[in-house]
Design a protein around this ligand. Structure first.
Ligand code: JFQ
Length: 310
């Protein structure tokens, strides 16, 4: 190894490869001191909606990438992991889901997964930013294909306002496919939002929300868990999986059920997806073993999350 006279210098050794022009680096106060980078082949779209900056680029190794306010939302290569897990963890945990609400999810990937269930009769989606829907349809047709299902109704608007207008007990399942809690999705991590979801669900209904990374956001997760334990009288469980292009390479999900109905055991799926969905193309990521494994937590996380029940 080449030595330097000035061992305490802040100058990086050449071999470190500092962030280079032509690479996208994901920098945010939500993951201070680190930045995952992807090599950019071509910028395909840049726009500013009423809510956020929207960018699509072609990367060298993950296909097309959708970025909102500087944060990766999905890449063609690994989107299957997130969309399949956030959808099938809740929907395979209850028998015959019929009415499903998606909050956020404007790229359509969660819709694509929900539409695998033949029992589902109605799928509402409330996305705040029309530009996300339009951009997904233009650049990510294999994701936005979810909008083609005739059971889907798209509502453009604020998720909190939408839920306020929903009659009590409307849905069997709610999936909250949100961006991070800075920017337009901030309210989707707060207790009043969870209370509205609980009201919109039938007794024994289920919710699955994007719940950040155990490596980076234990404080956020702790807040979500505490709120959910107060609001949801059935089960409250945290699950996680791997998504290489999300910060720290993992992402979590908060799964809860309302009381007063059939008990929900999220760790033991009762409604296997694998067989009935084959006509929609094979699942790439989710399977029954991964479902069960998703609820196994490292000790440091278990101590905080599972301190009481479940
Ligand atoms: C894609 N359908 C939704 N979900 C994206 N830091 C989030 C994107 C930002 C990440 C966390 C997940």
């Amino acid at each position: 190894m080449a030595s330097t006279n000035n061992a305490a210098s802040n100058q990086l050794p050449e071999s470190f490869g500092a962030v280079i022009p032509g690479w996208f680096s994901e920098i945010s106060p939500l993951w201070p001191g680190e930045a995952h980078s992807l090599k950019v082949e071509k910028i395909l779209f840049q726009g500013k909606s009423d809510f956020q900056n929207v960018v699509v680029f072609e990367s060298s190794t993950y296909g097309k990438v959708l970025v909102l306010d500087g944060v990766i939302q999905l890449t063609e290569r690994d989107e299957c992991a997130y969309q399949e897990m956030i959808t099938h963890l809740p929907l395979s945990s209850i028998p015959r889901p019929q009415r499903v609400l998606v909050i956020g999810g404007g790229d359509g990937g969660v819709l694509r997964e929900v539409s695998r269930y033949a029992s589902v009769e109605k799928i509402d989606i409330c996305e705040i930013d029309r530009m996300v829907v339009d951009v997904a349809k233009q650049f990510f047709p294999k994701v936005a294909v979810g909008f083609d299902d005739p059971r889907v109704t798209l509502h453009i608007g604020d998720g909190v306002a939408f839920l306020k207008a929903v009659p009590e007990g409307t849905y069997d399942a709610v999936i909250v496919d949100s961006s991070d809690p800075i920017g337009p999705a901030r309210d989707l991590f707060e207790k009043p939002f969870f209370e509205l979801i609980a009201k919109a669900l039938r007794p024994g209904g289920v919710v699955c929300t994007q719940a950040e990374s155990i490596w980076l956001h234990m404080n956020i997760i702790q807040g979500i868990v505490a709120n959910c334990r107060q609001v949801f009288k059935g089960s409250v469980n945290y699950a996680w999986t791997t998504v290489p292009t999300y910060p720290s390479g993992v992402i979590g999900f908060m799964l809860c059920s309302t009381g007063g109905g059939p008990a929900v055991d999220f760790k033991n799926p009762v409604n296997p997806i694998d067989a009935e969905s084959e006509s929609k193309g094979a699942l790439k990521f989710y399977n029954a073993e991964l479902h069960r494994a998703a609820f196994c937590l490292p000790s440091f996380a278990r101590e905080v999350i599972d301190c009481k029940v479940n």
